[in-house]
Design a protein around this ligand. Structure first.
Ligand SMILES: [Zn+2]
Length: 388
């Protein structure tokens, strides 16, 4: 049994959000406001009705289903004002729940419906994030996304944009979108341009498709991190490769449950990954569509898996270690983070986590997943050793 942690305590921890989509993370009232300013018609202007159309919740059956809400959010993200405001507010919301470093991702080519040029789009988002940094102190990076279901020329345009804005706010490249029938290797040339320019990259993989997709992202596209990696557990060799090379997983638990990448909290592999020593980071994916925050995701893991404060601190540190930041900047930031983490201790009210809360007993055979093997990683105290 571990001491029970409140959501407020987890909000007080410095955190990262390395996997969050701009177009899935707007404030509901901002969508309504922007639509009226821009003369965009929404399926409903009633906040609760609109939310029910956007929120993936339990009615969502697949990743493709989950992606439907984006038609609505994208409809109000076709102007510079809309993009700047959305980026600023996303950073503000993240800051208000203790996120010290955020990597905001989006695909500029999806914001050209009203004639904006790609550079105007990128600049508008950067303006919003810069303003948030000035106002609050939150640090940020931008990841530009290619889309799996679109052709490679489009991905290449996004990669070229990342090259142009390298060291100007853009810190990485990603491949997002529907995984089934859209293999990452078809976008290899875009990744090659990114790698040739020494830029970081990640790819959504192993979410709606099996471990082959993760292997392609790593071995064919050179991905430095993996978005989700939910099905990595099905391939023991690859699992160990990812672990041995310390390739971070950008895990977004609630989103995975909504897209049905995992059937339940008990069947989700994240607790096993943490136990096995994989470098796990916990992220939101889409703050509006999944209705979440990083703090909420960590708190839910605490509730479902019994993660202790010390374990949560380690995961938080893994987030900072995995950030697409220059090494020395990362070391400086980690020193500040660990100093702050040391100040936050388990509350002395002595309340223990209610063990009647569903605790996972994963049947690896039942879920068709491989059994964990090897020794569980040792639970070392948080440290600024960046290699672990
Ligand atoms: Zn995502």
């Amino acid at each position: 049994m571990v001491p029970e942690l409140s959501l407020a305590l987890i909000e007080s921890l410095p955190k990262t959000d390395l996997h969050v989509h701009l177009d899935g993370s707007l404030r509901l009232e901002t969508i309504i406001d922007l639509a009226s300013q821009q003369g965009v018609s929404l399926p409903s202007t009633d906040p609760s009705k609109l939310f029910s159309m956007l929120y993936a919740g339990d009615v969502c059956n697949s990743l493709d289903d989950y992606l439907k809400g984006f038609d609505i959010t994208l409809s109000v993200l076709q102007t510079e004002e809309g993009l700047e405001r959305a980026a600023f507010e996303l950073a503000e919301d993240a800051w208000n729940e203790g996120v010290w470093f955020i990597e905001v991702r989006y695909s500029p080519m999806l914001h050209m419906q009203r004639g904006l040029r790609l550079t105007q789009i990128v600049e508008a988002v950067l303006r919003g994030l810069r303003r948030a940094k000035t106002d609050f102190g939150i640090r940020y990076g931008v990841i530009l996304c290619g889309i799996r279901s679109m052709n490679v020329e489009n991905s290449l345009r996004m990669a070229e944009l990342a090259v142009a804005y390298k060291n100007r706010g853009v810190v990485g490249f990603d491949l997002a979108g529907s995984e089934v029938n859209n293999p990452a290797k078809e976008h290899m040339v875009a990744f090659q341009l990114i790698l040739d320019n020494n830029i970081n990259c990640t790819a959504h993989a192993g979410e709606a498709f099996g471990p082959d997709s993760i292997a392609q992202a790593i071995h064919k596209c050179g991905a430095h991190r993996i978005g989700h990696g939910t099905r990595l557990r099905e391939d023991g060799e690859l699992l160990n490769y990812v672990n041995d090379h310390r390739i971070p997983l950008e895990v977004c638990p609630s989103s995975n449950l909504q897209t049905k990448a995992a059937k339940s909290w008990a069947a989700h592999p994240v607790d096993f990954y943490v136990d096995y020593g994989i470098r796990v980071t916990i992220n939101t994916d889409n703050r509006l569509i999944t209705d979440t925050t990083v703090s909420k995701e960590l708190w839910l893991c605490h509730k479902h898996y019994g993660w202790s404060l010390e374990q949560i601190k380690e995961i938080v540190i893994a987030g900072f270690k995995s950030a697409f930041l220059p090494y020395r900047e990362k070391v400086d930031l980690l020193q500040k983070v660990t100093a702050r983490l040391d100040e936050i201790q388990v509350p002395s009210n002595g309340k223990l986590l209610d063990t009647r809360t569903p605790t996972p007993s994963v049947d690896y055979h039942d879920t068709g997943l491989v059994e964990p093997r090897g020794e569980a990683a040792s639970q070392a105290a948080p440290s600024t050793d960046i290699t672990r």
